[in-house]
Design a protein around this ligand. Structure first.
Ligand SMILES: C[S@@+](CC[C@H](N)C(=O)[O-])C[C@H]1O[C@@H](n2cnc3c(N)ncnc32)[C@H](O)[C@@H]1O
Length: 291
């Protein structure tokens, strides 16, 4: 189906919301990479001296970031923001759980789009976002929104996916048909440019590649669905993918088999930048980055 209103690579937010709503119950068990990257992003805060009053976790999902941030900054007011109401309910249930040592009264949930934050300007000290920005259509505007709500001297710390992510799957599909089966991911240099365009200062970017392995390509696709990572671009094939096409893609993917398993590459882009402060007082020390 052609969509005359939307470019083929544009992300259909209704589809994103639907996919994550359907993944609420399966997410925690399947999100091994997301949890690991969240932990690594949280660790980076050890190198930054700050006592944020207000923190927002954008694309909070089931709340991996929320509970880690609440543990690290027990005095802070924390907001979990997500496009999916189901994810927010799950996050709320997990932090309100009796066994959780998080003070749930300090955490609020907002159902909204990262590209249009329902927050006042100069209202947040720290914006944290793990593996969510790849679902935004316009990073320039998204970062302008972040810049608007950050207080002067506030910090944005995030991860997203880079262009090598799922390169094997993308290439296997491209041998079969011309549909866009895997979202396009933005290069870290362009992400850095978008930070500067938004007026954010001292951006620092780096990337880290992870390789996950699967017994077969079906299991990879099952896991992607379980974490809500379904194809949501307008240029996706809107009818059911035929069995023959799927079979052909699975066969193509077999060329990557090594030591009995199939690899899937994930290029994680890490970044941080500061809202300008006249005296730029941020007390960052050297964060050990990957090359
Ligand atoms: C891959 S999950 C990451 C969740 C969490 N940060 C973690 O580390 O587990 C992405 C989350 O972002 C949400 N999301 C996607 N696009 C969004 C948008 N434009 N605005 C707000 N949330 C969004 C999804 O609903 C989902 O919960």
């Amino acid at each position: 189906m052609n969509d005359i209103e939307h470019p083929v690579y544009e992300i259909d937010k209704r589809q994103v919301r639907r996919s994550f709503e359907q993944a609420v119950e399966s997410y925690d068990q399947a999100a091994v990479l997301q949890k690991e990257v969240n932990d690594r992003l949280i660790e980076r805060l050890d190198y930054i001296r700050m006592q944020p009053e207000v923190i927002i976790d954008i694309g909070t999902g089931t709340g991996f970031g929320l509970s880690a941030l609440a543990g690290k900054y027990p005095e802070s007011e924390i907001i979990g923001l997500d496009l999916s109401e189901g994810m927010l309910k799950k996050a709320h249930a997990s932090i309100s759980d009796k066994s959780s040592d998080v003070d749930a009264s300090k955490i609020k949930m907002i159902c909204a789009d990262a590209e249009e934050l329902p927050l006042k300007e100069n209202s947040c000290d720290l914006i944290f976002s793990n593996l969510t920005l790849q679902w935004c259509n316009d990073l320039n505007n998204t970062f302008k929104e972040f810049s608007r709500v950050l207080k002067p001297g506030g910090l944005l710390l995030f991860t997203s996916f880079g262009p090598d992510t799922l390169i094997e799957l993308r290439s296997s599909w491209s041998a079969v048909d011309d549909y866009q089966h895997v979202s396009g991911f933005i290069d870290m240099h362009h992400v850095g440019d978008a930070l500067l365009n938004a007026g954010l200062a001292d951006p620092v970017m780096d990337t880290e590649n992870f390789t996950l392995t699967y017994p077969d390509a079906y299991k990879l696709m099952k896991d992607l669905k379980a974490v809500g990572a379904r194809n949501a671009v307008y240029g996706r094939n809107h009818s059911l993918t035929g069995k023959q096409h799927l079979k052909a893609m699975i066969e193509e993917y077999e060329k990557y088999r090594c030591d009995g398993v199939l690899p899937a590459t994930y290029e994680v882009v890490y970044g941080h930048a500061w809202a300008p402060d006249s005296g730029n007082q941020n007390e960052s020390v050297n964060v050990p980055f990957n090359t």
